[in-house]
Design a protein around this ligand. Structure first.
Ligand SMILES: [Zn+2]
Length: 277
């Protein structure tokens, strides 16, 4: 298990806590990726298996500590193997240990979207009933995402990890440009799902984004047209990736990849060819 990585964006501290890393053949997640691998070396190497045949899909949470709030962005898969990727039973304890003040200290949980690998530790089973895992937190998801149609797996995940929040009265359906505080805001990044958002962190000139799943591997910065299999609307997802590459290339915006294995964060460069490091 990789040690927790940490970054400072001005006064905001971000900590990555890993649940697991899965090696996935390109064809299983980004089918058009394999043909671009060689052209993207060497900068893509840390994000692949040694032979380049598989991308390393990391599943992790980001703890974001602003001067006002303790926030967890996405809560991974959970202590379950009922979905297409099993979780890691030790993750809940690792996350609690990494949180200064433990689970009680969390004010806000942000769900970039509602796929099972982003909401699994939202709740915990107590006496046969699922209840919020973070007892003092409001949980934020976009209204668009909450209202979206769900397939069978998403519906099972919703019942397990979102519905109990609504029952407990701690689920807030927010706008896609919702602002959490002076340092933290959401912004629309649809395509992977209808209500998918990016999380933006700003303190003065220091800026970072947490990608969510508008991108699964940095290779897609160089080839935004290479869709991810689970993208709900591939054209819209491509447009979202293109927009972020155009906006962020050659800037000081730190990009924190929600599914990027260590080093997880980097900067987009465009010197005729796009790279990420
Ligand atoms: Zn995901």
């Amino acid at each position: 298990m990789a040690a927790n990585l940490q970054w400072a964006i001005g006064r905001v501290r971000v900590t990555r806590v890993e649940e697991r890393i899965a090696s996935v053949p390109w064809g299983g997640l980004v089918p058009d990726g394999a043909q671009h691998v060689d052209a993207c070396r060497p900068w893509i190497d840390p994000f692949m298996s040694d032979d380049g045949a598989e991308l390393e899909l990391s599943v992790h949470s980001f703890i974001v500590e602003t001067p006002e709030h303790v926030v967890v962005v996405d809560t991974c898969i959970g202590d379950t193997d009922e979905f297409s990727l099993p979780g890691d039973s030790g993750f809940g304890q690792r996350l609690a240990t990494a949180l200064p003040g433990g689970l009680d200290a969390v004010d806000i949980v942000v769900c970039t979207h509602l796929h099972f690998d982003h909401v699994g530790w939202n709740t915990v089973e107590v006496d046969g009933v699922r209840v919020p895992r973070f007892p003092n937190a409001r949980y934020l998801a976009t209204a668009t995402e909450i209202d979206a149609e769900r397939d069978e797996e998403d519906a099972a995940s919703y019942a397990r990890s979102i519905e109990p929040l609504a029952v407990a009265g701690v689920l807030d359906a927010v706008a896609m440009d919702h602002r959490v505080d002076q340092w933290l805001s959401l912004e629309p990044a649809p395509g992977h799902t209808p209500g998918h958002v990016v999380v933006r962190i700003t303190d003065g000139d220091d800026v970072a984004i947490i990608t969510g799943d508008f991108i699964h591997t940095p290779l897609q910065f160089a080839h935004p047209e290479a869709s991810s299999r689970p993208d709900f609307d591939r054209d819209q997802a491509t447009e979202t990736r293109r927009r972020y590459v155009a906006e962020l290339a050659n800037t000081n915006t730190l990009v924190l990849g929600t599914h990027f294995g260590p080093p997880t964060a980097g900067y987009i460069k465009d010197d005729g060819a796009v790279s990420f490091s």
